[in-house]
Design a protein around this ligand. Structure first.
Ligand code: SAM
Length: 290
């Protein structure tokens, strides 16, 4: 376990992931009944952008630092900036990047809850410190895939699971995700599951997405943003989020934000984006992942 998210916090992949995450949380909160948020790979929760790790890679400069000052962004991105990034941490400019647990915690209503899993001792300890005294947020230092067995279905019977692992060994991680989803869907077939994935070589992702099309779930939406051609296994060329049991109008919610993000986050060439249903409401295959 060498991965530390502090080196990557706020990069272009986080921007995509957390934009989709906000859209999903807002979809959950469209109904007044409480929901549960489960983060299988939570990280430490809040990342200083002037810390050693962020300064070493500078990745946030091609991510959140481009969105933060942009004028005229779509309402979803505007709500993300004002509701989540603009906190007491960031009153003097963009100094911290909140991770998925903190972003969601800032949005929870009084009866919503969050279950956060983080395996790494130091990261879990920081996460625990961050939410100490918050009765809605529960931190578990344990394997997030294993924890799903105990946490599902949540007592609220409504909710969202974010699976955002480090992919230190890509093929092995995909297998773990597939197994975890299989067993999670047996326990809780109606949950919403969002999985983040890196895009290095396109051919590494396709088998995973194709397998999901046979997972028995209907409504699978894929959102991707690619800042480099997907032809190098050595660098992160882009990333995606695939959502199982996705809210029916999530594509409409994300279309304009993704178009704007592609324009803001372009690097050596115009960024490409994809937003498509891999399976529709009737369980019909609409697209073969390409
Ligand atoms: N979800 C976070 C966010 O968006 O801010 C970032 C998470 S980071 C990509 C992945 C995290 O998973 C790391 O902090 C790593 O220590 C942790 N991790 C690795 N293997 C794990 C496992 N089996 N169970 C739980 N956490 C794990």
């Amino acid at each position: 376990m060498n991965y530390r998210h502090a080196y990557h916090a706020g990069n272009f992949a986080d921007v995509l992931k957390h934009t989709v995450l906000l859209a999903l949380i807002e979809a959950m909160q469209a109904k007044p009944t409480p929901f549960c948020y489960i983060d299988t790979h939570a990280g430490s929760g809040n990342y200083p952008l002037d810390g050693f790790e962020a300064r070493k890679t500078g990745e946030h400069k091609d991510g959140i630092a481009r969105l933060h000052p942009a004028e005229k962004v779509p309402p979803l991105l505007q709500r993300w900036r004002t509701g989540i990034l603009k906190s007491e941490d960031n009153e003097q400019g963009l100094k911290h990047y909140p991770g998925s647990p903190l972003q969601v915690a800032r949005l929870l209503r009084p009866d919503d809850s969050a279950q956060l899993c983080e395996l790494h001792t130091e990261e879990a300890s920081k996460l625990r410190d961050l939410f100490r005294g918050n009765p809605q947020v529960h931190v578990h230092q344990r394997d997030g895939y294993e924890a799903l067995k105990a946490l599902l279905p949540p007592k609220e019977k409504r909710g969202l699971v974010l699976i955002d692992p480090p992919y230190e060994a890509q093929d092995a991680e995909y297998k773990l995700i597939e197994q975890a989803l299989k067993s999670a869907l047996l326990r809780w077939p109606t949950g919403v599951y969002a999985v983040w994935y890196p895009i290095k070589l396109r051919s590494q992702v396709q088998p995973f997405l194709r397998k999901l099309q046979h997972s028995g779930v209907k409504r699978i939406l894929r959102a991707e943003l690619l800042v480099h051609p997907d032809d190098s296994p050595l660098r992160l060329n882009g990333s995606g989020m695939v959502i199982l049991n996705a809210p029916w109008n999530l594509d409409d919610t994300l279309r304009e934000p993704l178009r704007v993000l592609a324009s803001l986050l372009s690097q050596d060439r115009p960024a490409e984006w994809k937003l498509d249903w891999l399976l529709d409401e009737a369980g019909s295959q609409l697209n073969t992942p390409s």
